[in-house]
Design a protein around this ligand. Sequence first.
Ligand SMILES: [Zn+2]
Length: 409
Amino acid sequence: MRWFKYVAMVLMLCSALNAQQFLPVSEAEKCGFDEVLSEQLLSVLGDHWGYGYDSLLADLPVWDNSPYVSVSSIGNTVQNRPIWQLTITSDNPPTSDRRTVFIHARTHPNEVQAWWVTDEIINLLLSPDPYAAFLRENCVFYVIPMYNPDGVELELPRQNANNIDIESGWDDIPPQPEVAALRTRFAYLMGSPNPIEVALNMHSAIACLRYFVYHHENGTSPIFAQMERQYIEGIRSYFPGGIQPWSYYVSWTGGTPDQYPESWFWRNYQEAVMALTYEDMNCSTAGNYDQTAFAILHGVGDYLGLVQTGIAGDRPVPADADLEVSFPNPLVLGKNSHAIIVYQLDRAQSVRLALFDLLGRRVKTLDEGWREEGEHRIFVNGESLASGRYLYRLETAGGVLSRQLTIVK
Ligand SMILES: [Zn+2]
């Protein structure tokens, strides 16, 4: 009775799947923790693991002196300490479209190394380095250097003043004041014209390795999993050997957990936000914070599809990309509402396709990000554009291609 065996197997499979759906998602502790080792590290590093709230209060006015920084508080902790935030961008408040990156550190007070990486990210962003200037022009970075100052001051390795782990308490009702403050801040930015696209949750791992906590597609989606792999491997390419491959720490294999900030981002915004935990090395041999910061900032820029460009004509024609004439051209509105622009890539890479007027002003970004090898079709809605001639320009790592599009009303 073969069919019987088959039905029995299907029934077993179904019940297994159902059981999986109804089981609470248990998550291994991503940072790891050992009380004895943590005590040892505290004695090696000194009070507050070498960087206390006073240290932060001393640094804030120094950063605030930079023309690229503004300092504000997103709310108060259990013990009424303000949670400080830096806003870093070229003109503050920003006067044009910016890509938004959010970084928060020191959720777990004993994981001070992730703060030192964040500190190097701030140093690099405020530096005269041309890439830093380029990032400041194109992005806004919001940085929370110390998300859990009560825990830091009380020398609680992992908790806030109520003895709650605010990393894994995002599903608590009511939430801890720190969680409520950060969630409110995230939600506000997600509703703004420049929503968060990259959220970095900075931790350090007892495993004494650098890695990202990868979310399996079972808890996200196949598309997001692919985006994660590109993002992590992209950052890693700037620090080969220093950061573990994406597959080192795979989480969310049993579904989407509720307790983390990344859970909140995924449940509300899915692929729109690359929200991942980064783990630095929570051990005495940690270091290379500047190299890690460099890798993270360059990888984030690539993930956002930011391509450093001069004026078209300055740059070579890429050998591995092709840009076709739009169809129809001219676009006669009333007859058609959209034009189609097709471009080809011989290899996967970061690109930006944008529309410019004849004075060279960018009118609209049409497509931007990491794109696969092959043909890409982009629809341009002409109805919101004035009659006239435009240039559309494809920027890739290898150079710039541009063509003309005419719109007739
Ligand atoms: Zn942690």
